[in-house]
Ligand binder design. Structure first.
Ligand SMILES: [Zn+2]
Length: 224
């Protein structure tokens, strides 16, 4: 490191100290989380489905990186509302390193959950697309923006399970004349709550003869 770089880093740390996104403690590394908060991230797992869900779901398996706790909630919030690509990449990196080996074996394309174009324009980015691109870089599987949101929907956060289902019903369409038959897809999103959004996206792919559809999310949230 040159003297100039040393001095530059010294000044940068003085004026813009790296702080943990969750507990605000100062850190030396440029990770979003301090080691103590990173330690509190609960492990990833396959999402278990009830028999009712198994009948309803068009995807075969779903995998979540983390259990939804205060740490992951704060991180996802930063990521979702402030375009923290750094946070998105950090979480996807950790998730990818722990993914079961065969999870992506039969996958040809990564598919983000689309935002409606009005919402995307307002927010400036689509968090699911950032995660998909990050996964693409790690796995070398291409991202395909193949689904469009045809209908503007209200946010799912305050809706009941059944309201969520009807709120997203038939909102997605396949966006181009692309033959997806016999192909494998993984749908990527930030949070899996009741699964109704991912399921609608999976339905569009299966309706067009996709062979395999799986779901990968940062975290599962219990639906209250
Ligand atoms: Zn911390």
């Amino acid at each position: 490191m040159t003297l100039f770089n040393c001095y530059f880093n010294y000044l940068r740390n003085l004026f813009f100290p790296q702080i943990c996104f969750v507990c605000n403690s100062r850190m030396k590394s440029n990770q979003p989380l301090c080691p103590i908060c990173a330690e509190k991230l609960k492990e990833h797992h396959h999402i278990e489905f009830s028999d009712e869900q198994k009948k309803e779901f068009y995807f075969t398996e779903a995998y979540a990186g983390y259990e939804y706790n205060k740490i992951i909630r704060n991180l996802i919030h930063e990521f979702k509302y402030k375009e923290m690509t750094l946070v998105g990449n950090y979480l996807m990196n950790m998730l990818f390193s722990k993914l079961p080996e065969n999870f992506l074996e039969d996958i040809d394309y990564i598919v983000p959950i689309p935002l409606h174009k009005v919402k995307k324009r307002a927010r400036g980015f689509n968090q699911s697309e950032i995660l998909s691109n990050s996964l693409s870089e790690l796995s070398h599987i291409p991202t395909l923006n193949i689904i469009n949101r045809a209908v503007y929907t209200k946010t799912q956060t305050k809706l009941s399970k059944n309201e969520r289902k009807s709120n997203v019903k038939n909102v997605f369409v396949l966006n181009k004349n692309f033959d997806i038959s016999k192909k494998g897809f993984v749908i990527v999103d930030d949070v899996f709550t009741t699964g109704s959004t991912a399921n609608e996206a999976a339905k569009v792919l299966k309706d067009h003869n996709a062979e395999i559809v799986k779901v990968l999310v940062l975290a599962t949230a219990k639906h209250q």
